[in-house]
Design a protein around this ligand. Structure first.
Ligand SMILES: O=P(O)(O)OP(=O)(O)OP(=O)(O)OC[C@H]1O[C@@H](n2cnc3c(O)ncnc32)[C@H](O)[C@@H]1O
Length: 179
């Protein structure tokens, strides 16, 4: 079985290989249609869905889109946490991730884990900085987003970006492959 992933980031491909164990997974970078640093769940979900749809083709059984973003759960900023979606007691800016899986007809989405970003990092991202390059600069890492990821750093290595993304892929794939 062939599966496409709408990204050239090897950690995303690896996450898809973890879920679709016996599949041949092909990296297909696509235009996400969202900003380099999505803010809020809505923009991040849109990025994941667009990646899945645009990387699908007749030669694959499924296509997967994975998008990382930042979001506030408790405040009303940039479409994140507005109205009834506000979460009391979860203040701060969180790294979030969403996956979308399509079989060419339907698209399902699933979320990965969220980790709160330290306030100085959150302030810079809120002012427009892109998380990956910012963290590489601050932590002296090289392409963190293609390796253990911010989630690896902020969980002190207990959860890698690959494993976190694989959780989102499994949750998005579930409804598509089980129905
Ligand atoms: O090549 P693509 O597929 O675009 O992969 P990416 O990691 O650069 O892009 P994402 O759209 O998934 O993430 C949006 C931004 O957030 C950053 N980001 C998201 N999750 C991250 C993580 O776990 N560690 C470091 N940076 C992360 C990433 O580097 C981008 O700057």
């Amino acid at each position: 079985m062939n599966v496409a992933v709408g990204s050239g980031n090897p950690v995303k491909r690896s996450a898809v290989e973890r879920v679709f164990e016996s599949a041949s997974v092909e990296a297909r970078p696509v235009d996400t249609g969202v900003s380099e640093q999505p803010v809020g769940h809505a923009e991040t979900i849109t990025g994941a869905r667009t990646r899945a749809r645009r990387s699908f083709g007749p030669e694959v059984a499924y296509a997967v889109g994975l998008e990382g973003g930042v979001a506030e759960f408790s405040a009303s900023v940039d479409g994140a946490g507005s109205g009834d979606e506000r979460f009391e007691g979860a203040e701060g800016l969180f790294l979030i991730m969403w996956a979308a899986v399509t079989d060419g007809r339907r698209v399902e989405v699933g979320a990965g884990p969220s980790v709160r970003l330290p306030d100085p990092i959150a302030r810079e991202v809120a002012s427009g900085a892109e998380l990956g390059p910012l963290l590489d600069d601050r932590l002296g890492t090289d392409d963190l987003a293609r390796n253990q990821g911010a989630i690896g750093v902020f969980t002190d290595g207990r959860l890698t970006r690959r494993d976190a993304l694989a959780g989102a892929v499994a949750c998005a794939a579930g409804p598509v492959i089980s129905d």
